[in-house]
Design a protein around this ligand. Structure first.
Ligand code: G3P
Ligand code: CA
Length: 373
């Protein structure tokens, strides 16, 4: 899975102020400014500004008053959960500059893809703590590089408890981790329990792309579980999404794709073990470009809403969260006219229950505007 997903917005359908006033009845809006719904989830912390998955990125999101901070979790050699989007390290740390680790580079197959890199599972936590984090997006501020440590999940739990903010951890590649003896779900619950958070009512959502990993966790926790729904490249000609399959299903010989989870029957199956379904936003906001453009980008696309997934999920009692909203003009579809607040507001009007964003300040501002409109 790439660090940056190809996502954009839709617009042929009355964006702009029309979004705030026409598309949704007043009754569906949250009228109480103190009610934090739809949820604003700080994706990898305030990762639009600070290197993702650092205490500094999470702390900035807390200052922005996000509702949840989102750590992605992978395991070290000594079984400690650390916060990284990938189990390999070259894209988000300074490891390539550290000659003492040069011989750790090796080639592995990760969920079917051959990768040559430095893998967290080959490093002890003490070694991981000698690294420094780097901004993963080349078009974002690089002056923040090489300053901050890689945090453990335990440190992030402590931060969240101190500031009374919610936690939204994701176990990354649980099937792959299990092959090397790391049960990420068990490690996650161990760390939550150690700080008194594996109980009903705690402000924690647990997410995974792999359905079987969530089914395994289900009897071990009363916390809400989130089924992530991935997709491949978008064809901007018609907004269709290339099919992908959860890796654990693939390894079990199941031929079902992620999109099967979003049909009425698929949503029913998700409801049996999860509380939230979280599709990539392109399932909800179809991005379609005009036929004349030879090489369209997201910024060239109009957006067509697909609200039926949200409605069908709600009818079953599932909440719907989506990802990932980003400020940069090149990551915004045409109808938003380079105003990132409008993408949030469109999703709020469609009835979304939570959004992941690299820019929690934008999400919070958009929610305030929407609640008072
Ligand atoms: O977990 C929601 C979203 O973060 C999934 O995408 O690849 O950024 O973890 P990713
Ligand atoms: Ca994630």
């Amino acid at each position: 899975m790439s660090t940056e997903r190809r996502h954009i917005l839709g617009g042929g359908i009355g964006l702009g102020l029309g979004l705030m006033t026409n598309n949704v009845s007043a009754q569906s809006k949250v009228q109480d400014k103190n009610v934090t719904t739809p949820l604003i989830i700080a994706h990898r912390g305030a990762s639009g500004y600070q290197p993702e998955h650092t205490l500094e990125a999470y702390s900035l999101a807390i200052r922005f008053e996000a509702d949840y901070i989102e750590p992605d979790l992978v395991a070290t050699k000594d079984g400690v959960l650390i916060c990284r989007h990938e189990p390999f390290l070259s894209g988000t740390t300074n490891i390539l500059d550290l000659p003492q680790f040069a011989d750790r580079r090796r080639t592995l197959t990760l969920d079917g893809t051959i990768i040559t890199d430095f893998f967290a599972c080959d490093f002890t936590l003490a070694e991981i703590k000698t690294l420094r984090a780097r901004q993963s997006f080349s078009d974002r501020d690089q002056s923040v590089n090489d300053k901050f440590l890689i945090p453990t999940f335990a440190e992030v739990i402590h931060l969240a408890k101190t500031h009374k903010i919610g936690l939204y951890p994701e176990i990354k590649h649980p099937y792959w981790h299990a092959l090397s003896g790391h049960d990420l779900g068990a490690c996650l619950l161990r760390d939550l329990k150690a700080q008194g958070l594996n109980h009903k009512g705690a402000s924690v959502f647990i997410q995974s792309f792999e359905p079987e990993s969530l089914k395994k966790i289900r009897p071990m926790t009363p916390l809400p579980l989130v089924q992530l729904v991935d997709g491949g490249d978008v064809s901007y000609r018609d907004g269709s999404i290339a099919e992908l399959s959860p890796f654990d299903w693939h390894m079990m010989g199941l031929t079902l794709n992620y999109s099967s989870l979003l049909t009425p029957d698929g949503l029913k199956a998700v409801k049996a073990y999860a509380d939230v379904v979280a599709p990539w936003k392109r399932y909800l906001l179809k991005a379609i470009s005009s036929a004349e453009l030879s090489n369209p980008t997201e910024a060239d696309c109009e957006i067509i809403e697909n609200k039926s997934i949200i409605d069908n999920a709600h009818a079953l009692g599932l909440k719907v969260h989506t990802w990932t909203l980003r400020n940069e003009p090149k990551r915004l579809a045409k109808p938003y006219r380079q105003d990132p607040h409008l993408e949030f507001i469109q999703l709020f009007n469609m009835g979304i229950d939570g959004v992941f964003t690299d820019f929690a300040d934008t999400g919070i501002a958009a929610r305030r505007a929407w609640q008072t409109s």
